[in-house]
Design a protein around this ligand. Structure first.
Ligand SMILES: *Cc1c(COP(=O)(O)O)cnc(C)c1O
Length: 363
């Protein structure tokens, strides 16, 4: 009925661009959120074929799936910090690098590793402005205590996460500087901080000089950065389906809920079994972070309306406008101007992160 296609060739091209941009620094492929919607394991397989050996996850289940799929020696970094004993035990069982972002987390991990008579590998996370996970700069003594006193933790890396790489150079540079200050302070005390990393996709492409000892890249793999410009990356992911029915509207007839669209002349509609439930058309009006984003969002909606920017679908390779509201499971596409039959192919642009209820194939 419908298939979500991840184009291998585009993914491989993107990986090569990312590796070139990383310029020899290790790439940590972020496969959280079920591999950004494509499946952590199939995505990781393709990445491994291209030489990627480091992965970041946010769920124990993702780490387990990778290990069980034969990713025995690859390094896996858990980005999600925790103090939960069962989760930490599972991560150690899976030989995953844990993230320490609080003193409680450090104590918990150190205690569990001591109980197992082992040394747990971890990366320390610093909050330089994201305001979410991580030690804050004023908690320096707690950070130092990990290096000084936690004998059952081997810290092999340290990182921070940018809040605004997609939208603010100023804020990103401030975060980067804060990170440097903390690293210098730790080095000044003689602590080995290991691999330092801060770049996400947008930062790697906008300020490659910040690549340090590693970069953590997710959305760039899919060629779907939230930053302006696509840096030569190809958009990955589309939905393929077939026209289920053709429907003739006479002049003045309407289609879809609310009768929101009326035909000014006789119109031929192709009905497709894809709707907002599958993620189609749901990217409109997202990302209202700040007041000015809201204003901008509203202006772009207004502009879209004034310039009649519409949702489009490719039917038999030709761009056709969607008519009326997208339904939960269906939409209607205007095929008045093209040759179209029941069963013909339709291709819809849906972000892999938004897609749902479809089989994902790599092809
Ligand atoms: C999701 C995530 C990334 C990857 O971000 P992209 O913008 O998708 O490249 C990197 N680091 C952390 C901590 C993340 O949570």
């Amino acid at each position: 009925m419908r298939t979500y296609v991840a184009e291998k060739e585009a993914l491989i091209a993107n990986i090569q661009i990312i590796q070139r941009q990383a310029d020899g620094v290790p790439v940590w492929a972020v496969v959280k959120g079920g591999g950004y919607g494509l499946g952590a394991v199939p995505l990781a397989r393709l990445l491994r074929d291209q030489g990627i050996t480091r992965f970041c996850v946010t769920e124990v289940s993702e780490a387990r799936a990778l290990r069980e799929a034969g990713f025995a020696d690859e390094r896996i970094l858990m980005l999600q910090p925790t103090t939960d004993r069962a989760v930490l035990e599972a991560l150690l069982d899976l030989n995953v690098i844990c993230t320490i972002s609080t003193q409680d987390g450090a104590v918990a991990l150190n205690g569990i590793a001591a109980g197992r008579d082992m040394v747990a590998e971890a990366h320390v996370k610093l909050d330089t402005g994201m305001g979410r996970y991580g030690f804050r700069p004023e908690e320096f003594n707690q950070i130092a205590a990990i290096y000084q006193y936690m004998d059952h933790i081997a810290v092999s890396g340290i990182y921070t996460h940018f809040s605004s790489a997609f939208c603010s150079e100023k804020r990103t540079r401030e975060q980067f500087e804060q990170f440097q200050i903390l690293l210098d302070k730790l080095a000044g005390r003689g602590y080995e901080t290991g691999e330092a990393h801060c770049c996400n996709s947008a930062a790697l492409f906008r300020w490659p000089e910040m690549r340090m000892n590693g970069v953590r890249v997710g959305s760039a793999l899919l060629g779907r950065l939230s930053a302006k410009g696509n840096f030569g990356l190809r958009r990955v992911g589309c939905c393929e389906t077939a026209v289920t029915e053709l429907h003739r509207l006479s002049k003045g007839g309407s289609t879809g809920y609310g009768g929101a669209w009326r035909a000014r002349k006789e119109t031929r509609l192709a009905i497709l079994p894809v709707g907002w439930y599958h993620g189609f058309g749901t990217e409109y009006g997202r990302d209202s972070f700040r007041f000015r984003d809201c204003v901008r969002g509203t202006l772009s909606l207004l502009k879209a309306w004034l310039t009649k920017r519409r949702l489009y679908v490719r039917v038999n390779g030709q761009r056709c406008p969607v008519r009326g509201h997208v339904g939960m499971l269906h939409c209607a596409v205007d095929v008045s101007k093209i040759e179209c039959h029941t069963g013909d192919q339709a291709v819809l642009d849906i972000s892999p992160l938004m897609q749902k209820g479809m089989e994902v194939v790599f092809r």
